[in-house]
Design a protein around this ligand. Structure first.
Ligand code: LLP
Length: 421
């Protein structure tokens, strides 16, 4: 069960009225449901029941310390993309043998930090990187465990900026080069090869895209084994899409048009791909980010002004693209709903922020119940790539973060002050 729903006309997170949080903590503010984070994590773990696996939460999706602690407590691992994320993950209680390190441009000091902390593996992206890791490992008198990220040239239906698995993208090495690179790496004295890594993109909603990637991986694993390259792990990455449209429903809300995300769940996507991946006959790793935290979070904002434009109405709110950049950067769709629903006519609006950019919007040409100055709105499904991508652009303090647990809520990150800017 999802944790955000209208009870009568009031939007609730778990047992708390979101209007109470807005009134007491101010806006803009991110709100997270603790139970939602736990549930999404467990749903994924249940799909793997009986399978040798490790889910490593992609810390980049939401690196709030309380959320990291919560996930570490679930016993899963973490995938980090920088020394900063590694530090945060270790501090939150993820054990080092469950941490993987991904990224196309790891710095020497980051590699050293990873090796000194004896993390489980580094997902490497080039032959030169393997050489550098080998040298740093030799200097530390240790061995580095690596997986080679392979780019299988698989197009996905997601936004071009978050497609990573085609040959035009900077990620991984081509399938044609993988075997030779690994044959040379096998001979390196300070490198242990664990297997193959792949991550084809983010917000992928078609099971067939994942299945194509899995088939390519399994075929490569068989080829590599025949060349006596040891493969004990396949890391399938993340990218499992989530439903953004029509997330909360109520008879007073407009019905959103049919779309390809309807009924997408990580459980369905994983269930479709696991039978193929299991043919690799080794430990399976995944690195889900969005699919664990997207539905857990919302961005609360307040209507500052209504303004009549040419043929449309602008709803100007107190959150902006500096708080949540996804609509501006990827034209992402987020449902925007009033926290309290009145029986009023629907109107076509642009929901826009206060910044000096035309790209500063949350929704364009959207049908919404009529709202007034002072009303609170929720930008739904903002738990992933929300606060982590926020900035101080236009001299704006970052928003507060609030955690809901049952009937309670507490501020887990204070709103930045003007003095801190
Ligand atoms: N593993 C690797 C190596 C990654 O680069 C990523 C995300 C993930 C796992 C997690 O992917 P997820 O399960 O969250 O899709 N800012 C964009 C998304 C960027 C994704 C970057 N890499 C957005 O807001 O849509």
């Amino acid at each position: 069960m999802e944790q955000y729903r209208f009870i009568q006309n009031e939007l609730k997170c778990e047992g708390v009225n979101l209007r109470d949080i807005a009134a007491s903590c101010g806006t803009p503010a991110y709100v997270y449901s603790k139970q939602s984070v736990i549930d999404h994590c467990r749903w994924i773990e249940n799909v793997f029941e009986g399978i040798d696996h490790l889910s490593c939460y992609a810390v980049k999706a939401n690196s709030n310390k309380d959320i990291l602690r919560l996930l570490a407590h679930q016993g899963i691992g973490a995938d980090v993309g920088s020394m900063g994320e590694m530090h945060r993950a270790l501090e939150a209680g993820f054990s080092s043998e469950k941490i993987t390190f991904s990224g196309v441009g790891k710095r020497d000091d980051e590699i050293e930090f990873a090796l000194r902390n004896n993390i489980m593996s580094l997902n490497v992206e080039s032959e030169e990187e393997i050489t550098v890791i080998g040298e740093i490992a030799r200097g530390l008198k240790t061995r580095a465990r690596i997986l080679l990220r392979v780019n299988f040239d698989i197009a996905s239906e997601t936004h071009p900026y978050i497609t990573t698995g085609t040959r035009k993208n900077k990620f991984g090495v081509s399938q044609a080069l993988a075997k030779d690179i690994l044959l040379r790496a096998v001979r390196q004295p300070y490198i242990d090869i664990l297997g193959i890594h792949s991550h084809i993109g983010s917000q992928i909603t078609q099971p067939s895209t994942f299945v194509a990637a899995a088939q390519a991986i399994v075929q490569l694993v068989h080829e590599l084994r025949s060349a006596a390259i040891p493969i004990s792990q396949v890391n399938f990455g993340g990218g499992f899409g989530v439903q953004y449209r029509d997330y909360v429903r109520h008879s007073l809300l407009p019905v959103e048009p049919e779309n390809s995300e309807a009924n997408v769940t990580t459980v369905n996507l994983l269930s479709a791909v696991l039978p193929t991946l299991r043919q690799a006959n080794c430990k399976l790793l995944i690195q889900p980010g969005r699919s664990i935290v997207a539905h857990a979070g919302i961005l609360l904002t307040k209507v500052l002004y209504r303004k009549k434009g040419e043929g449309k109405t602008f709803i100007i709110v107190d959150a902006g693209m500096n708080d949540l950049i996804r609509p501006s950067l990827y034209q992402s769709y987020h449902q925007v709903v009033p926290l309290f629903l009145r029986n009023v006519p629907h109107e076509m609006v642009d929901v826009v922020g206060p910044l000096c950019e035309t790209g500063d919007f949350f929704a364009l040409d959207r049908s919404m119940p009529k709202v007034e100055r002072g009303d609170y709105l929720a930008v739904m499904c903002a738990g992933a790539y929300g606060y982590v991508l926020s900035s101080n652009y236009n001299g704006r303090p970052r928003p507060a973060e609030v955690m809901v647990d049952g009937n309670q809520f507490q501020i887990i990150t204070e709103r930045e002050s003007i003095q801190e800017l």
